[in-house]
Design a protein around this ligand. Structure first.
Ligand code: ARG
Ligand code: ZN
Length: 464
């Protein structure tokens, strides 16, 4: 056919995935760049994230009306093209997109499933830095009952919203490259009815400003962050701020229903963060804290600088878990979902360490108890191959933690704790893989560790 005779078109067509017709005539496909892929390349989540660019910064200027459950505003996404781009995708679930510009010029846009396809007026050169501005509005729809993940994303509540997006719910409130492989800094300017509080990541930039019965909160996260950790949780909150004994700024907040737990949340978050800084290396961010809202999520999420607890009173153990994630998951982030044990196994092992530190159950005892367990799932589900439909299986947490305990026994306490600090130091604010962890463990211990990791992470049976 005609198409087959045009150089470069086969590539252009296969990458387009039928979502929209290519905007440029076929003969120009190469000189005008190629479409960016509709996924970032994670085989377990093929359409999460996108190809062809790398986001540096999200500036989100949003308004929320809880009575109408309506979110509206503008997202400005600053990115660098990693290939010559004729068009590219962002992930966005729901909403009406009112306009899109690229570097200030009107751009074409279309929607297909959770993809927003943007066609700039002119192709972008490889290496070009560009700014996409998306003006959008609508009623946010969280992701509900998708396999065993429960409800996540932007979840409207009576007085505001509980915003916790792991694994891929950032798209339920802003257009994004929604995959942990692409980290970026964030500005949040969020306007709500006066009397409500907006809680986002990082630090408040000055006092909230109220005019005409509406208050704008401006928050800024200057450290790279994965999209699922971004939050604009809002509603009526009691807030306590101050500094930890070690001198770190602390921000704790609870829904009024949990006000009697505010001091415990504040004190424990401060104490745990100070302690983990001595075990895992310097705290990576500029403040710590925690938030209890009244939405019963059935889980907590380690949102960067501000873990969220969904409708329950967290105990020390879960606070220790979520704050360990600030190093494991938030500062050092996964590159693909099958490595989730690098987050959950480490945070679960931190729970064991916290208990031992406080004279409770030792890590060795926790290991023994689980090793004797007949919970078939632990042994059938190898934690190094996280399944998309059962991502947060207990094995990823518990067998992941057991893997670290076995490693510790094999290489000794001194090397093990130096390894944890080297890991958080080498990949601070970045992304990493299981292979890199194994390589570092082998380098620092001088031992061959393939058998250990293979048995504990990849085999569907209880290691001997
Ligand atoms: N990372 C969270 C934790 O360690 C779990 C998040 C679960 N997310 C979900 N959509 N169910 O506690
Ligand atoms: Zn966790």
């Amino acid at each position: 056919t005609v198409l087959a005779t045009v150089p470069g078109l086969a590539t252009a067509c296969s990458a387009s995935d039928g979502a929209t017709a290519p905007s440029a005539p076929p003969a120009r496909a190469q000189e005008g760049g190629l479409p960016g892929a509709d996924g970032i390349g994670d085989p377990d989540f093929p359409t999460d994230g996108n190809g062809g660019y790398d986001v540096g910064h999200y500036a989100l200027k949003l308004s929320y009306d809880p009575a109408a459950t309506r979110l509206s505003g503008t997202a400005r996404v600053t990115a660098t093209a990693t290939q010559a781009l004729s068009r590219f995708n962002l992930d966005l679930h729901g909403f009406t997109v009112r306009s899109v510009t690229v570097d200030g010029r009107a751009a074409g846009h279309s929607r297909a499933d959770d993809e927003l396809v943007v066609t700039p007026a002119q192709p972008l050169a490889k290496g070009a830095r560009f700014e996409v501005a998306i003006d959008y509005a609508g009623r946010p729809e969280p992701v509900r009952n998708s396999s065993n993940l429960g409800t996540y994303g932007f979840i409207p509540t009576k007085d505001g919203a509980f915003v916790t997006a792991e694994p891929n719910g950032a798209r339920t409130w802003f257009p994004s490259n929604d995959h942990p492989a692409d980290k970026a800094t964030f500005d949040f300017d969020v306007t709500v009815p006066a009397g409500l509080t907006v809680i986002a990541n990082g630090e408040l930039r000055g006092r909230p400003v109220t005019t005409g019965g509406r208050t704008t909160f401006s928050w800024r996260e200057t450290h790279p962050m994965v999209t699922y950790l971004a939050t604009i949780t809002m509603g009526r909150f009691e807030v306590r701020t101050g500094r930890s004994p070690g001198g770190l700024p602390v921000y704790a907040a609870t829904d009024p229903r949990y006000r009697e737990h505010l001091d415990f949340l504040y004190r424990t978050s401060a104490k745990v963060t100070d302690y983990w800084s001595t075990v895992f290396g310097n705290y990576p961010f500029s403040s710590t804290g925690g938030v209890i809202d009244d939405f019963s999520a059935g889980y907590a999420l380690e949102n960067q600088t501000k873990p969220m607890y969904g409708g329950f009173q967290p105990d020390e153990s879960i606070i220790a878990h979520e704050l360990a994630h600030q190093w494991f998951g938030d500062s050092v982030s996964i590159t693909r979902w099958k490595d989730l044990w690098l987050n959950e196994g480490f945070a679960t092992y931190a729970e064991w360490l916290w208990s031992e530190h406080n004279g409770g159950t030792t890590a060795a005892r926790s290991f023994q108890d689980y090793y004797g367990s007949e919970q078939a799932a632990l042994w059938k589900y190898p934690p190094g191959v996280a399944r998309p439909d059962d991502l947060f299986n207990a094995s990823v947490y518990v067998r992941g933690a057991m893997t670290l305990h076995v490693l510790r026994g094999r290489i000794g306490d001194d090397t093990f704790f130096r390894l944890l600090r080297a890991w958080t130091g080498e990949h601070r604010y970045g992304n990493a893989t299981t292979e890199q962890f194994i390589a570092l463990a082998e380098k620092m211990s001088g031992k061959q560790l393939d058998d250990l990791f293979d048995a504990w992470l990849y085999q569907p049976r209880r290691p001997s």
